[in-house]
Each structure stands twice: as C-alpha cells, then as structure tokens.
Design a protein around this ligand. Structure first.
Ligand code: GTP
Ligand code: MG
Length: 201
C-alpha cells in the first residue's frame, strides 16, 4: 500500500474528543522511548509528523493522523516512564486504557517492544491485559537496525517462546526499524488487508 497523504488532525487526553466518524484506526502503544512516534513517521515517509525525542515521555496525548483521507494512525503516550512519578504515570495509564477500551474505531493495536531487550514484565503484563479484554493486537519489534541479524533473530525467537507460555496461538508480529525501514511493507500490507476486509463488509 502506498501512503499518498498523511495529516495531523488532533491531540487529546480525552477519548470522547477523538475524531467522530467511522474510519478505522490503528494505534501504537508500548513503553516510553520504544519508538512509536518514529515508526509512524517511517510508515508515512514524513519525518516530523509525529514528535519524537531521545528522552522518554515525549508523547503525552492521543494523536490522530489521517492517512489517505480514509483511515487513521494513532500515536499514544508510552507507559512505564518512572520519572513521571506515580501520579503522572497513573494519568497516562488512564488515558491509554480508556482509549483502548472505549474507542470503537480502534481496529488494531500495535504493541511495540524493543527487539534488543529480553521480554519485560511490564510489556507481558500489558499484553495479558489486552487478552483479558479481548483487544485485537499485533506485536511490533522495534530498533531492528541496532543488532546483528543472528542476535536479532535469537531475541525474537526468545520473545515468541515467552508469549507461547501465555497464548495458545501467537499474535501476528513484525520486525521493524525506523532507521532502515525494515518491516514497512509488511506492516502496511497488514493494515491494507484489514481495511479491505472492513470495506467489503
Ligand atoms: P514516547 O513518546 O516518549 O513514549 O516515545 P516513543 O515510543 O514515541 O519513541 P520515539 O519515536 O520518540 O523514539 C525514541 C528514541 O528512539 C529516539 O531517539 C529515536 O530516534 C530512537 N528510535 C526510534 N526508533 C528507532 C529505530 O528503529 N532505530 C534506531 N536506531 N533508533 C530508533
Ligand atoms: Mg512518542
């Protein structure tokens, strides 16, 4: 799928103020600094579309980007940034949870995990929570450029093995890099397939 048009629409802390209408949306979630905003920029070929930062905690709001005038990418704040303090973290959790549970247009959640790290409890707990709530999701391994192929693949295998302890069937997954654009086609094809299924209903 080609992205011919990408535009920022609105930022919110309140799910009720997200754009009205029935366009499907695909949201990006994961720990602070995992690369959510960078991935949106990579997918849309639009460097400054979503704001990124080397310091965690950059994205604080629910951000809607309208793609090809008929679907949305949604950039969410990251979870687990300790320096926000307990209260700050709870606020962010509430924004994330209410968006995920209440936003009917949310068609698929991409859960980003850093491909360099061993499976982290915070991500596994979050994924478990998605399962309990029946939220459709796929896993996106990020920063794939930062490791040699062999180690990268070994890490992914380790992660999938861990997920198999929790899940009978593995969720779809993608290996990506916003630096070298790995995984871009696969991810966009996945979105396109879902969009087509929705349109044929
Ligand atoms: P918050 O908004 O704070 O939750 O973070 P985020 O998940 O949106 O992360 P962001 O996209 O801002 O990226 C965080 C840092 O990681 C930035 O310094 C990016 O340049 C870097 N980064 C993101 N993706 C990649 C990648 O694929 N490869 C490399 N090498 N660096 C990346
Ligand atoms: Mg961000």
């Amino acid at each position: 799928m080609e992205i011919s048009n990408a535009e920022f629409v609105i930022s919110n802390t309140d799910v009720k103020k997200c754009p009205p209408g029935t366009f499907p949306e695909y949201a990006f979630i994961g720990r602070s600094n995992v690369g959510k905003s960078s991935l949106i920029n990579m997918l849309t070929n639009h460097k400054g579309l979503a704001m990124t930062s080397a310091t965690p905690g950059k994205t604080m709001l629910i951000n809607h980007f309208l793609i090809n005038k008929n679907w949305y990418l949604v950039d969410l704040p990251g979870y687990g940034y300790a320096k926000r303090g307990q209260k700050g973290q709870e606020q962010i959790q509430n924004i994330i949870r209410s968006y995920i549970l209440q936003r009917e247009q949310m068609t698929n959640l991409f859960v980003l995990v850093d491909s360099r790290l061993e499976p982290q409890a915070i991500d596994l707990d979050f994924i478990e929570w998605l399962g309990e709530n029946g939220v459709p999701f796929a896993i996106v391994f990020t920063k794939g450029d930062k490791m040699k192929g062999g180690r990268l693949n070994a890490n992914i295998r380790q992660y999938l093995k861990k997920l198999e302890e929790q899940w009978e069937e593995l969720p779809p997954y993608f290996i990506t890099s916003s630096e070298n654009r790995m995984g871009r086609e696969e991810l966009l094809d996945y979105i396109e397939k879902i969009n087509k299924e929705l349109n044929s209903k």
